[in-house]
Design a protein around this ligand. Sequence first.
Ligand code: GDP
Ligand code: MG
Length: 415
Amino acid sequence: MSSSVPSNGSVLIAPSNFYNVQQLTTRQKEAFVRAFQEADTNDAGLVAVSAIPNLVQQVLGSVSNHEMQEVQSRVDIRAHKGEVTFPDFMEIMTETMSSTTQWGQLKTPLSGTVGFDSLQTQITQKALKRGFEFNLMVVGESGMGKSTLVNTLFKAKVSRPSCMQVTTPIPSTVDINAVSHVIEEKGVRLKLTITDTPGFGDQINNKDCWTPIVDYVNEQFELYLAEEVSINRKRFIPDSRIHCCLYFIQPSGHALKPLDIEFMRHLHDCVNIVPVIAKADTLTVEERDSFKHRIREDIKTHNIRIYPQGYDPEDEAEKALADAIDALIPFGVVGSDRAIKVGNKDVYGRQTRWGVIEVENRDHCEFSQLRDMLIKTHMQDLKEKTDKVHYENFRRQRLQQHHEQASKYTGESNI
Ligand code: GDP
Ligand code: MG
């Protein structure tokens, strides 16, 4: 029998050259030793490679396929003649444990309430006190229903429909208007900023009409960075970075226009783009579905990266969140800020000659799915991706530029 395998079930004091093994708790070491001994039926200090997946499941609980593949590669590195020794087994288990959150029976049981389950409430209370911020941008030609949709989304007049601005001429360049509102629901405050882009795509020559929008998005990053690196940094940096850009596609039923492609290609590196088919009520369900399919193809062909992007494919929860949305994009939406009587209920909808299109009816359009994504399920993720992917890219580039400029300056002064 191998000298390092305790046959009496006592706690093994691992030799110090083990990978992190010293950091294991007594309970964890005991569990590993027990599992090894049970599998080592010949008491030879060796277990068969084929037994390892079962041992991992037994000790760590449910382990994902991906994690199991990683275990397999750790085993492959160490296996000799289809078996692994006890020290190798300990290393495999320790490495596996440090890369998973499934700790099964390795958690130390509590004999009473300690109180850290209130951490969640503490975090929530702090966040509630501060309130939440969400910055949404809408882009698309005028008259596509952008303002109406935003009002329908938040059930409030947060954006002024163009029919109320008949006297305002179409701007000769793209305007950027940001309007903030604080809305409250059951004690949760949300500071919502809607950035409208009137004039986009409305000119005879729309060449470069995305430039003011790219500039605006980057300016918000610049402001945030300036606050972040300032000596007297505020406790909470005001966040004006655009968390999501709803891009309205004309319901033509054909394909994406060159302008749509250009816009998304110029913006996909700095903002989360969620494309929507505007006024989907003007298409039949079949037309909408085939248009959707065509748009998805165009997006793929032109290498456009729309939201969700930049998620960790190995994180199963993140992947599930992304897949749920990926299948729905682009959402075919209908907006209406007017309630109509259907039976004895008042519903938001559009009266047509053939009946009422109810905006919240999932059989009529995909407005509810869009709203659920933006507000109920993915708002935090949109903010996180803005911070961790888009802003991070900007920040890295900016700091690199500063660094290059500084070294150029130092280089010149040395001459
Ligand atoms: P914006 O210029 O893109 O902000 O568009 P508006 O929200 O001001 O809407 C322009 C016009 O389109 C208004 O008369 C709206 O009533 C109408 N409209 C808005 N949303 C829809 C929709 O989903 N379907 C249809 N058929 N009309 C809509
Ligand atoms: Mg408008």
